[in-house]
Design a protein around this ligand. Sequence first.
Ligand code: NAD
Length: 471
Amino acid sequence: MAPVKVSKICCIGAGYVGGPTCAVIALKCPHIQVTIVDLNKDRIDAWNSPDFALPIYEPGLVEVVRQARGRNLFFSTDVDKGIKEADLIFVSVNTPTKKSGVGAGFAADLKYVELATRRIAEVATSSKIVVEKSTVPCRTAESMRTILEANSKPNCRFDILSNPEFLAEGTAISDLFSPDRVLIGSLQTQEGIDACQSLKQVYANWVPEERILTVGLWSSELSKLAANAMLAQRISSVNALSAICEATGANIDEVAHAIGYDSRIGPKFLKASVGFGGSCFQKDILNLVYLSESLHLPEVAAYWRQVVEMNEYQKRRFSKRVVDTLFNTITGKRIAVLGFAFKADTGDTRESAAITLIRDFQSEKALVNVYDPKVPHEQIWLDLEEASPQVPLDTIKKQVTICKSAIEACKDAEAVVIATEWKEFKEIDWEAVYASMNKPAFVFDGRLIIDAEKLRKIGFKVTTIGRPSNN
Ligand code: NAD
């Protein structure tokens, strides 16, 4: 058997990964028909919306979809048709952390991967290359293969590849246009190598050959967890140092700059903050913790668990600093939280630090004004409700107000807390903000984006991560 020339791709899962990834494949490979399917009709309707009101915000995404949609890019709820027609199928469904049962709080919940795999086996009437795009525990491909082989029809063979996605939300399109690397894992059999070549030919339409890495299946699966664990570990390391800076008078920006000059360390991803968020870092590390425990490697599990614990500590420490600085009580005080997304340039709020901060402020009976330029209001209410399940939404709505601008959020507040590094927060008219706030007016920069000295000159009392408070 030789590598198949891929002409029809189906992607199961039209989310933050499946949507942008396969839209870019369609753009770069006009000869390939790409159909992205999802069970969520609202999401598919949004992808198909005539005014391009797409279900996710990502810079550059609308332009990609505008060029390819209707030409060779299609969005549909007809999962079965998508599967039947394709010769290569990406499985890009969600793999959240299990909420209950064995491994709750740590293990990946693979029910969506299993359901999608079973569906492929049930409806496929010809051979398929099935590609794991979702982030999964090491050796998940083996389970997928067992399910596919047990349910396949005669003359249907399935080759499984792992092709984890390394895009970062907020820069997804540029990451996909010129990725650091594309990783493809396959079984080292002739069939596995042929399937790997088929997928490699798709990426080779725009990714330089030396950036397409081919490895074994298990290495590929583990590499994705390892990459996220190491990125998160870097953030937790710099955040741990930020606590020492606050206590000693060292400055975390200066320390990060100095250590980043070491070519073995490098300057990227060394910014202290209120903590990492997003749907991946915590989930993937916990996944690694669970995997290590399952493999009877408790010391390895403890090592990685500490990265998540440091992140929780950083968020708690920041909330406490706000309360301590506001004379040990925030009861009845208005606090403006700027930013609700877990990072700039995305509307995604999963595991956002803002959720934890607002929950902490609510529990101290503060009044919170929140503003984010991209997160829909319904999403904010959903997240706040989920964060405090014992508090009725009506009560939350008495304490929290969603504002239409940063200026509106800051009016009559005692303190401004920057939770997301949106560019527009750097450009706020701080003189006007100061004039509209109660005095003394405090700013807490959880993302190290403002010019603290400039704000101090205006009259603000400024607290930033990784520097002692010297108001
Ligand atoms: P998401 O929740 O945004 O999207 C997943 C989609 O899959 C949902 O729309 C859901 O309705 C759909 N789905 C679930 N089961 C289905 C089924 N059986 N048939 C059809 N559709 C189904 O998730 P996401 O952020 O796109 O993440 C997908 C995977 O990619 C996860 O494993 C994640 O860890 C990984 N990943 C995410 C990122 C990121 O930045 N978000 C980056 C790299 C990897």
